[in-house]
Design a binder for this molecule. Structure first.
Ligand SMILES: [Ca+2]
Ligand SMILES: [Ca+2]
Ligand SMILES: [Ca+2]
Length: 272
């Protein structure tokens, strides 16, 4: 396991322990006390996890981030259920998850495929690139979220854009024949999930190169629109505590990689 996999708060003691081993004093030496630091968690990430990306922009930044976030653990599709019960837990009720589009708190145990239950929404619709639910993009929990079964069906594989008719069973969400607009509180979350997928999947593994564009008629091509709208949504709805915790939990306990745009929303404009 590389150092990149270690949560930041554990990386420094591990590095010091490794030094002790190299100096031949590991058996006798007490565990050194890490120096106190006033650095923020994000600054610590910049010095470790993101050290090969900081200071870059454009294609160079995208390429560096691709390398960084491709170093990850992967889940099976069945493991996604339990992971989502953790990553999307209701902060006010540990027995529940929060559904992405409705914003409702629902029992973790009420997952499944029946009306009224919650299931696994692929925010990057899996038909856009036709990657299915094999371990890979189809099981990458950075873009998988609990969703009401019927609302998930209404969103279907539509591209994202503003406009349409409000959903009766999910107020604040809108849809028309070719696009879906999520509620304001998750507009930025949706944008950052889509852009994570674009950086993570570059066509150098068994899966297609996923990329956003400005179309709402992408069909089964490996594209999702509309990029201009997603960029505006990321600006309007910056990462909140729920989205940041979710990123930390995925990093520390599941995939051991991060969504760079949750940590650095300004990198959206730096790349696109
Ligand atoms: Ca539309
Ligand atoms: Ca949000
Ligand atoms: Ca890509």
């Amino acid at each position: 396991m590389s150092r990149r996999h270690l949560p930041v708060r554990r990386a420094l003691p591990a590095a010091l322990a490794a030094l002790a081993v190299f100096s031949g004093t590991a058996a006798a030496a007490p565990v050194p006390t890490p120096p106190s630091t006033t650095a923020s968690p994000l600054a610590a990430l910049d010095d470790t996890y993101y050290q090969d990306a900081t200071g870059k922009t454009g294609a160079a930044l995208k390429s560096a981030l691709h390398t960084i976030i491709s170093d990850q653990s992967k889940l099976t599709y069945s493991q996604v259920w339990d992971a989502l019960k953790d990553t999307d837990e209701d902060p006010a009720n540990s027995s529940n998850i929060i559904e992405l589009y409705t914003g409702r708190s629902e029992p973790k145990s009420d997952n499944g495929g029946n009306p009224g239950q919650w299931n696994r929404e692929h925010v990057w619709a899996k038909s856009h690139g036709d990657f299915g639910t094999a371990t890979g993009p189809g099981t990458d929990i950075h873009h998988l979220r609990p969703s009401d079964v019927q609302v998930n069906s209404t969103r279907g594989n539509k591209d994202f854009d503003n406009g349409g008719t409000e959903l009766g069973d999910a107020p604040g969400n809108y849809t028309d024949s070719d696009s879906f607009e999520p509620r304001d509180a998750v507009k930025g979350d949706v944008a950052r999930m889509i852009l994570y997928m674009a950086v993570r999947y570059e066509g150098d593994d068994a899966f297609p190169d996923l990329e956003p564009n400005d179309s709402v008629s992408n069909g089964s091509s490996p594209h999702i629109g509309r990029l201009s709208v997603l960029k505006a949504w990321s600006e309007q709805d910056p990462p909140d505590a729920f989205e940041k915790r979710r990123n930390d939990v995925i990093y520390e306990d599941y995939q051991h990689n991060r969504n760079p745009f949750v940590d650095h929303p300004e990198w959206v404009d730096a790349i696109w």
